[in-house]
Write a protein that binds this ligand. Sequence first.
Ligand code: NAD
Length: 361
Amino acid sequence: MNLKIGVIKGDGIGPEIVTEAMKVLNQVGETYGHSFDYTQLLMGGASIDVHGVPLTDETVAAAKSCDAVLMGSIGGDAKTSPWYRLEPSKRPEAGLLRIRKELNLFANLRPAVLYDELKGACPLKEEITEGGFDMMIMRELTGGLYFGERKTVEEDGVMTAYDSLTYNEKEIRRIAKRGFDIAMKRRKKVTSVDKANVLDSSRLWRKVVEEVASEYPEVALEHMLVDNCAMQLVKDPKQFDVILTENMFGDILSDEASMVTGSIGMLASASLNETKFGLYEPSGGSAPDIAGRGIANPIATILSAAMMLRYSFDLDKEADAVEQAVLRVLSEGYRTIDIMSEGKQQIGTEKMGDLIAGYIE
Ligand code: NAD
């Protein structure tokens, strides 16, 4: 296949970790006979330095012309960076919010994987996590409470704030379909999370999810109330495959799920639109505290590239090869500083990329 990938290296550790992910992708291309054509795109602080704004219209157009976008991270140290003396709409993060909107990225995917090799980093008891766990949080990203009407008014001398939570059936159907599609590529189980005992929006959510489920007879569907889900994530995380949920519940649950896995340097993510297009990025930020030192963990970005292979390009075998290479490097005891533990061998960003690329089979 010939594929066009937009690359936003970004700020801080972004260029270091994206370079390693590209190294791994190039090896995948060589081993499996694909060619990846990269278009470098500027966003965040790097774009402010050149264009005075965090994202230009030309960059948006160039991103839209690609099959998918791979991103590092953007932003700097808010206390010391001159980018944060600009008004909020001109700061690095404004570029990220705009590109998500421009590309209509309504589905956010965050895998939470506990590798047996890194179980020491997990704050849960060993008997709960024995053998590791592997779940995917699928969060609706452009609707619900965060995008509803809001106002603060004085009523009878009392300050009163309103936030409205709205979902229509189309918004629910498109994210549910995505969730079931993803489950078909995994262990074929969807846990749909809502608060249907209280909220109308959740009752509609549940009804539409059930309709969509009927189109996927191979996938097992269960419903779970959000408060129970928050509990189950720490009580028995192994039960989950795909967790499908709305915007605010997903915001909270995905952070909870990622905390129980340990290091931020291991967490991949993807945001998808209605086509196969997606923006793939590590869950962490630009880590200005360690930028330029060659010690950042590139694995989250490499695993994000694997997600790109799987979900935008349907190259499942190639995605498996990347994930297997990461597992092999970890099982041989190689660690970057953030996941280092006694008796293991500490290596830097570039060496980690070299080893993973070298193990692509
Ligand atoms: P951060 O994730 O950048 O850093 C938090 C801690 O985790 C730091 O100690 C950092 O060194 C460590 N860390 C993060 N990624 C790592 C990696 N790959 N390897 C090793 N250690 C890693 O969060 P922060 O410090 O709150 O934010 C720094 C900047 O990143 C801010 O400007 C913030 O706005 C931005 N940010 C960007 C994104 C994004 O681009 N999507 C996301 C979150 C934060």
